[in-house]
Design a protein around this ligand. Structure first.
Ligand code: ADP
Ligand code: MG
Length: 255
């Protein structure tokens, strides 16, 4: 079976003014894969996720999600920039979870999870609520549906944020250091939810410093430094037997 990749980057470049951040990224993420992205701070990991999610436009190269060019429509050999409304439609299919959970503080957990399906997809509240409650159950928070974010721990808030992203039934989930802002004792519950998602076959790109998670759950691992992919492979291989000095030096600091 050679299904088309869920994400494909070919020579992706991104600059902010004079700052050249992504310097020719090539990679492929298969459907159903857990793809871990590691690298030092400032290497361009978040920028790359933001490009996949239409939050930044790339300057050169090609970036595809589920076979479609990000940001453009192709007609013959011409490319047309997508309109805002078209971008909004594409972004519905991608869930993103950030280091900071950014829940709506004035809404309960279940209302946070229902919000996008009701507002963006015009789903009925009853249908959206039913799915939201199921999702909260899936992330282990069935009993917290009526709590406001301020009444939840950081780990619980992050699990609500995951449920909120899942509520749009995305085909791809992007995680940008989802456990980095959490107290150590709260990290495990969030990683367990992500592990469950992986087992259910969700395609996930995970920027993380949790090497244990990468090793156990990851199908692929890429080490990025200074806007390039330095090393890629099976997480067990890369973490146990890194080939490049830059990878070795990074891993010696985080492992
Ligand atoms: P990482 O997630 O690997 O830590 P980032 O992708 O956040 O790295 O950032 C890579 C570099 O791009 C950093 O030097 C950062 O300052 C720069 N950068 C990110 N976003 C912007 C922006 N909107 N404008 C200017 N520079 C930016
Ligand atoms: Mg980052």
């Amino acid at each position: 079976m050679t299904a088309q990749p869920m994400v494909k980057a070919e020579g992706v470049h991104k600059s902010f003014g004079p700052a050249h951040i992504l310097k020719g990224i090539d990679l492929e993420v298969a459907e159903g894969e857990v793809f871990c992205l590691i690298g030092p701070s400032g290497s361009g990991k978040s920028t790359f996720l933001r490009c996949i999610n239409h939050l930044e436009q790339i300057n050169a190269g090609r970036l595809y999600v589920d076979g479609d060019l990000v940001g453009y429509r192709q007609k013959g050999d011409k490319l047309y920039e997508l309109k805002d409304s078209e971008v909004a439609l594409k972004r519905r299919d991608i869930g993103m979870v950030f280091q900071r959970f950014n829940l709506f503080p004035h809404m309960t957990a279940v209302e946070n999870v229902m919000e996008a399906p009701v507002q963006v997809k015009r789903e009925s509240k009853a249908v959206a609520r039913e799915r939201a409650l199921k999702l909260l159950d899936r992330v282990g928070l069935a009993d917290k549906a009526g709590n406001y974010p301020s009444q939840l721990s950081g780990g619980q808030q992050q699990r609500v944020a995951i449920a909120r992203a899942l509520a749009m039934q995305p085909k791809l989930m992007l995680f940008d250091e989802p456990t980095s802002a959490l107290d150590p004792e709260l990290v495990g519950d969030v990683l367990d939810v992500m592990r469950g998602l992986a087992e259910d076959g969700m395609t996930m790109i995970v920027v993380t410093h949790e090497m244990g998670f990468a090793r156990e759950v990851g199908d692929s691992l890429v080490f990025m430094d200074d806007g390039v992919v330095v090393e890629a492979g099976n997480p067990r291989d890369v973490l146990t037997n890194p080939q490049h000095d830059r990878t070795k030096s990074f891993l010696s600091k985080v492992l």
